[in-house]
Design a binder for this molecule. Structure first.
Ligand SMILES: *Cc1c(COP(=O)(O)O)cnc(C)c1O
Ligand SMILES: [Zn+2]
Length: 429
C-alpha cells in the first residue's frame, strides 16, 4: 500500500512528488505530506497500534517513512502522568504532564521530528544532514546523524546555553556558532541549503520533519485511554508542534480511532518572544516578527515559520494563548520540580506558567482535563535556575556540625527538625 500520495501545497492544494521540496512554486505556500486516508482507514486501528513497539514508531502507518526505520528507534512513547500535586497548586482538577523531558535519545520532543527527518534523508540518499537550531534541534540532529553514520553541520546562535552546546558537540558534528539570533541563522541556512544541497531537517525536509510532532498528540490520546483531553497547552517557537498535535488528533478522529476530538489547543510563549500569542490576543492572523529577548532560548524564534498555522489551529480549536515573563518561567520550573519531581527546561516553565494564567483567568475551567506539554529537560538550561535555588547547608562531617547548622537556620525544615523523634528503643517497645 502506498500510504503517501506525495506532497501538497497547504494554500493552493497543488500536488508535488514526495521529494525533498518544501515550498510551492506557484504560490510560495508550504508543502505538506498528503496521505491516502481511505487506504489508511482500512489498516489503522487501536489493536494494531497497541501491538506496535513501545516507541513513536507504533504510529509508523501515519508517518511518511516507507520501510523499516533505520534511526531513532527508541524515540517517543514518553510518560503521561496524572499530576495531582501540581493540579492542587494550580487549583485545577484533572491535570496531566506529557513528559518529553525524557524523550530518547536527546531529551526533548525534537527527537520525534528528527527521527522522521533523518530517516527520510537516508531514504533520499543524502550524506549530510543539517539544521538551524535554537538548541534542542541541534542536540537531536547531531545525535541522530551519529546513529545514522551521516555527517552533520549544525548552525546555532553563538549565545546558546552550555548544556545545549555540549549536548551537541559530544556527537561529533561540525558546530557552526553564528554571531546572530535564530532568525538570522535560519535565513543563512536557507542559502546554505540552496548552495550545498544538504538535508536541512527544518528547511528542505520540513514537510516530513513536521509530521513527527503528530506522535506527541497520538500518544496523549492513547495514554488517556483513547480519548482527546479538553485542553492541551503547547510551548511554541516556530509554531509547528501545536499545529501538528492538532492535526494528529483530527486524524485519529477521522480514522475512527478516537470517538471525538473537542480539544482546545493553547499556545504558550515567553513574554520576551511572543509573536504568536500577540496575534492570538489581537485576533489577527498576521504575525508581526519580534526581536527575541528572553531566558527561554529554545522558544526564541521572532519570525515563526508556522505562526499563521498556529493561529489557525487555536482559532479552529477554540483555544487561546498566554505568555510568561522570565521570573514566571523560573518560578514555574521550580513549581513543577517541587510538586511533581520533574525537572524541565525553560520551555516547560513557559507551559506551566501559561497553564497557571489560563486557569486563573478562567479561560480553562478548573474542572476540565488539561494536558501540559513538557518538551525539554532542565539539565540543559541549568544556568537560569542556578542562582534561584537553595539553601545548601555546608558542614563538617560531624553530627555536631550538622546540629549547629540546623540550629542557625530555623527557616529550614523547622517543622520536621524540631519534632522530638522517637528513640529506637521507644519505637521498638
Ligand atoms: C522547538 C521546541 C518547541 C517548539 O517547537 P515549534 O514546533 O517550533 O513550535 C517547544 N519546546 C521545546 C523544548 C523546543 O525545543
Ligand atoms: Zn501553492
Amino acid at each position: 500500500m502506498a500510504k503517501v500520495k506525495g506532497l501538497k501545497c497547504r494554500e493552493c492544494g497543488r500536488p508535488y512528488p514526495a521529494k525533498p521540496l518544501h515550498v510551492c512554486e506557484f504560490c510560495f505556500g508550504p508543502l505538506e505530506v498528503d496521505y491516502d486516508y481511505s487506504s489508511l482507514q482500512k489498516v489503522v486501528n487501536r489493536k494494531r497500534i497497541e501491538a506496535g513497539p513501545p516507541t513513536m514508531w507504533r504510529y509508523h502507518d501515519l508517518l511518511p517513512i516507507e520501510e523499516d526505520v533505520p534511526v531513532g528507534k527508541h524515540c517517543g512513547m514518553t510518560p503521561l502522568i496524572r499530576a495531582r500535586q501540581l493540579a492542587k497548586a494550580l487549583g485545577a482538577k484533572e491535570v496531566y504532564i506529557k513528559n518529553d523531558a525524557v524523550c530518547h535519545p536527546s531529551l526533548s520532543f525534537k527527537d520525534r521530528v528528527v527521527a522522521v527527518a533523518v530517516a527520510k534523508a537516508m531514504e533520499f540518499g543524502f550524506e549530510v544532514v543539517s539544521c538551524a537550531s535554537t538548541g534542542n534541534l541541534a542536540n537531536s540532529v547531531a545525535a541522530h546523524a551519529a546513529e545514522a553514520g551521516l555527517k552533520s553541520f549544525i548552525f546555532v546562535p553563538a549565545d546558546l546555553e552550555q548544556g545545549k552546546i555540549v549536548g551537541t558537540l559530544i556527537y561529533g558534528p561540525v558546530l557552526v556558532a553564528v554571531d546572530g539570533n535564530y532568525d538570522e541563522v535560519n535565513r543563512l541556512c536557507s542559502e546554505v541549503a540552496d548552495k550545498y544541497g544538504w538535508a536541512f531537517v527544518n528547511i528542505n525536509i520540513r514537510p516530513y520533519y513536521a509530521e513527527g510532532s503528530k506522535t506527541f498528540g497520538y500518544e496523549i490520546a492513547e495514554q488517556l485511554g483513547w480519548r482527546a483531553p479538553q485542553h492541551i497547552i503547547v510551548p511554541s517557537a516556530g509554531g509547528s508542534l501545536v499545529t501538528k498535535i492538532w492535526k494528529g488528533l483530527k486524524e485519529l478522529h477521522q480514522l475512527e480511532v478516537i470517538p471525538e476530538c473537542h480539544t482546545r489547543m493553547h499556545v504558550a510563549q515567553a513574554a520576551g518572544c511572543s509573536p504568536i500569542v500577540t496575534a492570538i490576543r489581537n485576533g489577527t492572523d498576521t504575525i508581526r516578527p519580534v526581536r527575541p529577548d528572553t531566558i527561554c532560548k529554545s522558544l526564541a524564534i521572532g519570525n515563526p515559520a508556522d505562526g499563521y498555522y498556529a493561529f489557525k489551529t487555536v482559532e479552529e480549536s477554540k483555544g487561546y494563548a498566554a505568555d510568561a515573563s522570565d521570573e514566571e518561567i523560573v518560578a514555574a520550573m521550580k513549581l513543577l520540580a517541587t510538586t511533581e519531581g520533574i525537572f524541565t527546561e525553560t520551555a516547560g516553565g513557559v507551559t506551566v506558567a501559561a497553564a497557571k494564567r489560563l486557569i486563573e483567568t478562567g479561560v480553562i475551567p478548573r474542572d476540565e482535563s488539561i494536558v501540559l506539554s513538557i518538551t525539554g529537560n532542565g539539565l540543559k538550561t541549568q544556568e537560569v535556575v542556578f542562582n534561584a535555588l537553595g539553601p545548601t547547608l555546608s558542614i563538617k562531617p560531624t553530627l555536631r556540625s550538622f546540629d549547629e547548622a540546623i540550629a542557625e537556620r530555623p527557616d529550614i525544615g523547622a517543622d520536621v527538625v524540631s519534632r522530638s523523634p522517637a528513640t529506637p528503643q521507644e519505637s521498638l517497645g
